[in-house]
Design a protein around this ligand. Structure first.
Ligand SMILES: *[C@@H]1O[C@H](CO)[C@@H](O)[C@H](O)[C@H]1NC(C)=O
Ligand SMILES: *[C@@H]1O[C@H](CO)[C@@H](O)[C@H](O)[C@H]1NC(C)=O
Ligand SMILES: *[C@@H]1O[C@H](CO)[C@@H](O)[C@H](O)[C@H]1NC(C)=O
Ligand SMILES: *[C@@H]1O[C@H](CO)[C@@H](O)[C@H](O)[C@H]1NC(C)=O
Ligand SMILES: *[C@@H]1O[C@H](CO)[C@@H](O)[C@H](O)[C@H]1NC(C)=O
Ligand SMILES: [Cu+2]
Length: 246
C-alpha cells in the first residue's frame, strides 16, 4: 500500500510539472521528421557586408550554417561556424527564418522564425524540451553564440530537408542577431549535394547538383559576390519554370 501511495504521488508530481509547462505550439509539440533524403546537404554562408552595421563589428560576421539529413533520414545534423563577431551586444542568437533573403539583402524580409507548430517566441525556448520550441530556434535549443570563434555540431529532430513538409528549410534562410534581437546578418540555404535533382532556393546562389557526389565537404564553396550574383541569375530560370509548373 505504501508503495502504491508513492507511485500515486510520483504520478501527480509528474502531471503537475507537465501542467506548468503549457508552452507548446497551437498545433502541439514539434514532430520528429523522418525520411529526410540521405545524401542531401545544404549550407547558408553569410555575405561580406552586414545588414546592420555596428561600431562593434568590423566588416561582417563570417560563418555559415551547414546541415544534412540525419542518419537513416531521421532529423537533421547541423554544423555551424561563426567568427569575427561584434565585440559587444552578445550573446548572439541565430534561427531558421520563414522566408529567403531577397536580392537586396534585407534581413527584415525573412520574416519570423520557422514555426510551423505556431508556438511563438515567448516564453523563451526550454532547451531541455526542444520539441516544445519553435522549430527554427536553433540557438534556443542548442545554445547561443558565446565565443569567437564559435563552432557547434548538433542533431535536430524537428527540422526537415523533405520538400513539402512545413519544417522544410532548404528554401529558407537563417538570421544571426544581437542579444537585443537586432538582425546583424542573414543568408539563404543552398543545396550543396544531393543524390537527385532538387529545386534550389530562388536567391540561394548555388544551382542544384544533379549528379551523385561524395562527401559534401569535398565540394568547394565559392565565396565571391560576383560568382554568387552570376549563380543567382542562373537560378532564376529554373525558379520561373517551377512557378509555371505550379
Ligand atoms: C517546466 O518548467 C520549469 C521551469 O520553467 C522546469 O523547472 C521544469 O523542469 C519543467 N518541467 C517539465 C516537465 O518540463
Ligand atoms: C545518397 O548517397 C549517399 C552517399 O553519398 C548514400 O549513403 C545514401 O544511401 C544515398 N541515398 C539514397 C536515397 O540513395
Ligand atoms: C542592439 O544592440 C546593438 C549592439 O549592442 C546596438 O548597436 C544596437 O543599437 C541595439 N539596438 C537596439 C534597437 O537597441
Ligand atoms: C527592409 O525591409 C523593411 C520591410 O520590408 C523596410 O521597412 C526597411 O526599410 C528595409 N531596410 C532597408 C535597409 O532597406
Ligand atoms: C518552402 O518550402 C515549404 C515546403 O515545401 C513551402 O511550404 C514554403 O511555401 C516554401 N517557402 C518558400 C519561401 O518558398
Ligand atoms: Cu532570428
Amino acid at each position: 500500500m505504501r508503495f502504491s501511495n508513492i507511485i500515486s504521488l510520483a504520478v501527480v508530481g509528474a502531471a503537475g510539472a507537465l501542467a506548468q509547462n503549457t508552452t507548446t505550439g497551437e498545433l502541439g509539440d514539434a514532430t520528429v521528421t523522418t525520411s529526410n533524403p540521405v545524401g542531401l546537404s545544404v549550407r547558408a554562408t553569410l555575405p561580406d557586408e552586414p545588414f546592420t552595421p555596428a561600431s562593434s563589428l568590423n566588416g561582417n560576421v563570417k560563418g555559415y550554417v551547414s546541415a544534412q539529413a540525419g542518419a537513416n533520414g531521421v532529423g537533421v545534423d547541423y554544423e555551424v561556424s561563426f567568427s569575427n563577431l561584434p565585440t559587444e551586444g552578445g550573446p548572439f542568437t541565430y534561427h531558421l527564418h520563414v522566408d529567403p533573403v531577397p536580392e537586396d539583402g534585407n534581413c527584415t524580409s525573412t520574416l519570423g522564425h520557422l514555426d510551423p507548430f505556431i508556438r511563438g517566441e515567448d516564453p523563451a525556448c526550454d532547451s531541455a524540451n526542444p520539441q516544445t520550441c519553435q522549430v527554427g530556434d536553433l540557438s534556443g535549443k542548442y545554445g547561443k553564440i558565446t565565443s569567437d570563434p564559435f563552432t557547434a555540431t548538433f542533431h535536430d529532430d524537428y527540422s526537415s530537408l523533405t520538400e513539402g513538409v512545413g519544417s522544410y528549410f532548404a528554401n529558407r534562410s537563417f538570421v544571426i542577431h544581437f542579444a537585443n534581437k537586432t538582425r546583424i546578418s542573414c543568408a539563404n540555404f543552398a543545396i550543396l549535394s544531393s543524390n537527385s535533382s532538387y529545386p534550389t532556393n530562388p536567391t540561394g546562389g548555388v544551382t542544384p547538383s544533379s549528379t551523385p557526389s561524395g562527401s559534401p565537404t569535398s565540394i568547394p564553396i565559392s565565396g565571391g559576390p560576383s560568382v554568387l550574383s552570376v549563380a543567382k541569375h542562373f537560378a532564376v530560370v529554373p525558379a520561373m519554370a517551377l512557378l509555371l509548373m505550379l
